[in-house]
Design a protein around this ligand. Sequence first.
Ligand SMILES: Cc1cc2nc3c(=O)[nH]c(=O)nc-3n(C[C@H](O)[C@H](O)[C@H](O)COP(=O)(O)OP(=O)(O)OC[C@H]3O[C@@H](n4cnc5c(N)ncnc54)[C@H](O)[C@@H]3O)c2cc1C
Length: 378
Amino acid sequence: MHTVLILGAGFGGLELAACLSESLADEARVVLVDQNDSFTFGFSKIDILFRDRPPESVRIPYRDLTRPGVEFRQETVTSIDPRTRRVVTDRSEYEPDTLVVALGADYDQAATPGFVEDGHEFYSIEGACRLRDRLNAFTGGTVLLSILSVPFKCPPAPYEGALLLHDELVRRGLRDTTRMHVITPMDSPVPVSPGTNTALTGAMAERGIEYTTGTRVRSLDPHAHTAATHAGELGYDLFIGIPKHTVPRVVEASGLTEGGTDGWIHVDPATLATPYPGVYAVGDCADAPVARAGVFAENAARTVASGIVAALHGTPPPEKYRGRGSCYIEFGNGLVGKVDADFLSGPAPVAPFFGPSVELAAEKKQFAADRHKRWFGG
Ligand SMILES: Cc1cc2nc3c(=O)[nH]c(=O)nc-3n(C[C@H](O)[C@H](O)[C@H](O)COP(=O)(O)OP(=O)(O)OC[C@H]3O[C@@H](n4cnc5c(N)ncnc54)[C@H](O)[C@@H]3O)c2cc1C
């Protein structure tokens, strides 16, 4: 039987396992490995931060995974040899026929000096819990929210954080005594989507949230509570940063990033194949020219699944990867917008925007429920 080893049971790994279970349940053995015992949607961190959701309530345990032909193993990957496809974990060793690396992105918080000591983030569950507690004790002052490095997951997420924080401060009667300032090294929130940019910058302006582009915070002074930029020092009472993203250390040590853009795994953007036979990479860890978001990891996983099926069945190669996906954007007050991105079908990316509404808020809930059902088979 053909064996497929999927490293990482996030958006990409779970979608790939579901596709292979549907197409090859009797012809392939699919082993899905993750260091955690449960999956959490990226956007659940926003629920932890602003909606009083305890982390346990947003975790979906992998023991619920009942997809035919898929074995889940909770193991930590400690080494990957892409030449031989040999993978070592803390509990086992594998040499699959096909290897798919879907290990996502890690955060390098130490890359911004002073950030570990004096900054907060909401991109990890632990960070969201810590920031929630800090916000509970916050009594007003200056909040800086800064994107520390590019690329990062879910380009609209920092702006969702700012808009929801505004609502929270209004609710607690602290908005009038709080200055909010969003700082980014980019020129706009979502460069491929002018409509999204107009909506997000407009929403921030309406709420009195200052917005500075083309500016990178290089370091924090934890004693003075100042952030250093090329334009000078900015004082803050609360600093929230989107930390620098990197490939997980085990990926870097594997050599898979050689030839990749900016330290990410080099893939053929049409097929997600790496230069090593039988080895693919999908999602945040790969250098496909798309935004880092779950929906693109999912779209990439579908392309890889059809490539594996075509190779096994000797059928024509699948349609090339399009880098397509719909991202939902929280605007506060229960309203959600949507951007439908297509990065690779045409000569340039297109990403029309759909304005915030309660209908789209319901659609986002359904999006999560559909994935839960599809991936876990429940
Ligand atoms: C606040 C926030 C909001 C977001 N909102 C959205 C949104 O609305 N829509 C959207 O599409 N995306 C959103 N995202 C982004 C989305 O969560 C990620 O882009 C997506 O999860 C990437 O999928 P992936 O499969 O590449 O990686 P991941 O989903 O991160 O999965 C990688 C997996 O690999 C595992 N792993 C890592 N190293 C090892 C190891 N050594 N051994 C074993 N396992 C390991 C991890 O435990 C993890 O489960 C958001 C992210 C954040 C932080």
